[in-house]
Write a protein that binds this ligand. Structure first.
Ligand code: NAP
Length: 483
C-alpha cells in the first residue's frame, strides 16, 4: 500500500521482549506534507512501558556476558540489513517526518553508520593498569556496561537519534528501551524489525510507542531497574527529566537545544561560506539541533555574502519530500509553522528586513518559505530563541572580539561554525567559542567517529566516538593486594 519493497517493515505495535505487543488504544501517524493518515500504531500505557523495562532487565545478563566479538557480529548484521533496506526505511521516514527522500536516505546511512562504528569500537573498550603506591599491590581499572538504558528521542531524526544511542549501548553490553516521538514511531519500529532479523536476542532492543509522553517518561526516568537515561529533545523537557532521574540517581546524558552561530570573517572564502550556511541552515527545513541559528557577517563582506546567499536560497524548492527535486519539505506541524512565523513577524516589527521568503508557503499548512532576514540584532527574539525552521537571521559585526562575545551570548552551547583563512584567528576563535562542537570552514560536522554533544543548556554527555561508548560504561577499580 505504501509502495515498500518489503511491507513487513511497517509495524504497528510496540516491540517488547522480541514480540509485537498490542495495546487497547491506538495513535495516528500522519504525513505532515499532506495531513493524510499513514497508519495507526498501538498506543502503550505506562504499565506496558514497565513490561519493556522488565524485558530489558531480563536480557541484560546474557547480553552483557557475550563477547564483544559476538555482539559486534550481530550489530554488523543489523547494519547490513539497514543498508539493504535503505530505500524502504527512507520512504517510511519521509512519510512520517516529511524531509526530502534524498535526505531521509542520508539519515538512514548516517544512523546505520553508528551501528557499524560502535560494533567495532566495542572490541576496543580497554581498561587500564595504574602503577600502585606499594609494591605488593596492583591497580586495575575495568569498564563494564552500565546496565539497562532507557531513551526518549524527538521527531526530527526518527532513525538516527535512536541509532546513535542504541548502538553505543548495545556495543557496551547494555540492553535498551527506546521511546520514539509519538509523531514518528514507524522508523523506530522498522529498526526493531531489522534488529530481530539480525538475530539480536529478545529483550536487548525494545521500542515502546506511546502518546503518553509524561506517563511513560516517568517510568523511564524513575524505574529502579534502569541504570542510565539518555534524552534528545528540548532544554525545558530535558531539565524536567534530569530532575525525575534524580530520585534513583541515574547516569544521565542530555542532547538538548542549540542556538548555533555561523560567523563569516572578512578573510573567509565567501563561496564556501555560502555553501556551508546553506547546508547547515536549510537541511531538514531548519529543524536540526545543530542548525545555524544566527549568521554573523563581518562588515567588509556583508553585502557580498547576503547577495550570494540570497541567490542560493532562491534556488531551493519547497514541496512534498516524496517528489523529485525537493530541497525543503514540510515542517513537523502547523504549530511549528506558527512559531516560526511569529519569530519572523516580531523581528520585522523590531527593524529586521526580509531579503527573501518571510511567510508561509502555498504548498500547504505545514510549509514555510526559506527565509533570510537582514539587519537583525543579537537581542531580537529570532536570535535569542532556537528557530527550528528555515529562517536565517543575518547580523553584522566589526571585530573578532565583538563577534565572539555576541556568539557566546546565549544559554546554549551545542554547535558553532566559522569561516576564516587566517590560521591564527582559526585557533583563537575555535578556542574562545563556548560550544561543544565547532565547524571551522565546514557546515556539516556530525559523524560516528566524532564526539557529538553540547555544553551549558545544550546538555551533557557525548554521542559517537570513544567518548560516546564510555558514556554507557561504569569504571570499576580493582585493588589487588598480597602480591
Ligand atoms: P521535545 O518537546 O523536548 O520532545 C522530545 C521528546 O520528548 C519527544 O519524544 C516527546 O514526546 C518527549 N517529551 C515531551 N515532553 C515530555 C515529558 N514531560 N516527559 C517525557 N517525555 C516528554 O522536543 P521537540 O520539540 O520534539 O524536538 C526538538 C528539540 O530537540 C529541539 O530543541 C532540538 O534542538 C532538540 N534536539 C537536540 C539534539 C541534540 O543532539 N542535541 C538533536 C535533535 C533535536 P512526544 O513526541 O509525545 O511529544
Amino acid at each position: 500500500m505504501l509502495n515498500l519493497k518489503d511491507e513487513q517493515l511497517i509495524r504497528n505495535h510496540s516491540y517488547i521482549n522480541g514480540s509485537w505487543h498490542s495495546s487497547e488504544s491506538q495513535l495516528e501517524v500522519v504525513n505532515p506534507a499532506t495531513g493524510n493518515l499513514v497508519t495507526k500504531v498501538a498506543d502503550a500505557t505506562p504499565k506496558e512501558a514497565e513490561l519493556t523495562v522488565k524485558s530489558a532487565k531480563d536480557a541484560l545478563s546474557s547480553w552483557s556476558q557475550k563477547s564483544a566479538n559476538e555482539r559486534a557480529g550481530l550489530m554488523r548484521n543489523w547494519f547490513n540489513l539497514m543498508m539493504q533496506h535503505q530505500d524502504d526505511l527512507a520512504l517510511i521516514l519521509t512519510l512520517e517526518q516529511g524531509k526530502p527522500l534524498a535526505e531521509a536516505k542520508g539519515e538512514i546511512a548516517y544512523g546505520a553508520s553508528y551501528i557499524e562504528w560502535f560494533a567495532e569500537e566495542g572490541k576496543r573498550l580497554y581498561g587500564d593498569t595504574i602503577p600502585a603506591l606499594a609494591n605488593d599491590k596492583r591497580i586495575v581499572v575495568i569498564k563494564q556496561p552500565v546496565g539497562v538504558v532507557a531513551s526518549i528521542t524527538p521527531w526530527n531524526f526518527p532513525n538516527a537519534m535512536i541509532a546513535r544511542k542504541a548502538a553505543a549501548a548495545l556495543a557496551a553490553g547494555c540492553t535498551f528501551v527506546g521511546r520514539p516521538a509519538s509523531q514518528t514511531p514507524l522508523s523506530a519500529l522498522a529498526m526493531a524489525e531489522l534488529a530481530e532479523r539480525a538475530g539480536i536476542p529478545a529483550g536487548v532492543f525494545n521500542i515502546v510507542v506511546s502518546n503518553d509522553a509524561i506517563g511513560v517518561g516517568k517510568v523511564l526516568t524513575q524505574h529502579p531497574d534502569i541504570a542510565k537515561f539518555t534524552f534528545t529533545g528540548s532544554t525545558p523537557v530535558g531539565k524536567r527529566l534530569i530532575e525525575q532521574c534524580a530520585t534513583t540517581v541515574k547516569k544521565v546524558s542530555m542532547e538538548l537545544g542549540g542556538n548555533a552561530p555561523f560567523i563569516v570573517f572578512d578573510d573567509a572564502d565567501i563561496d564556501a561560506a555560502v555553501q556551508g550556511a546553506l547546508l547547515s541552515k536549510y537541511r531538514n527545513a531548519g529543524q536540526t539541533c545543530v542548525c545555524t541559528n544566527r549568521i554573523f557577517v563581518q562588515k567588509n563582506v556583508k553585502a557580498e555574502f547576503i547577495q550570494k546567499f540570497t541567490e542560493a536560497v532562491k534556488k531551493l524548492t519547497v514541496g512534498n519530500g516524496l517528489e523529485e527535486g525537493i530541497n525543503i519539505g514540510p515542517m513537523i506541524s502547523k504549530q511549528a509553522v506558527a512559531g516560526v512565523d511569529e519569530l519572523v513577524k516580531q523581528s520585522v516589527a523590531q527593524g529586521a528586513n526580509i531579503a527573501i521568503g518571510g511567510s508561509r508557503s502555498e504548498e500547504g499548512e505545514c510549509f514555510y518559505q526559506p527565509t533570510i532576514l537582514t539587519d537583525v540584532t543579537n537581542d531580537m527574539p529570532v536570535a535569542q530563541n532556537e528557530i527550528f525552521g528555515p529562517v536565517s537571521p543575518i547580523i553584522g559585526f566589526e571585530s573578532e572580539q565583538q563577534v565572539i562575545s555576541m556568539a557566546n551570548d546565549t544559554e546554549f552551547g551545542l554547535a558553532a561554525y566559522f569561516y576564516s583563512r587566517d590560521v591564527g584567528r582559526v585557533w583563537r576563535v575555535a578556542e574562545a567559542l563556548d560550544f561543544g562542537m565547532v565547524g571551522v570552514n565546514e557546515g556539516i560536522i556530525s559523524n560516528a567517529a566524532a564526539p557529538f554533544g553540547g555544553v551549558k543548556a545544550s546538555g551533557n554527555g557525548r554521542e559517537g566516538s570513544k567518548y560516546g561508548l564510555e558514556d554507557y560504561t561504569e569504571i570499576k577499580y580493582l585493588c589487588m593486594g598480597g602480591i
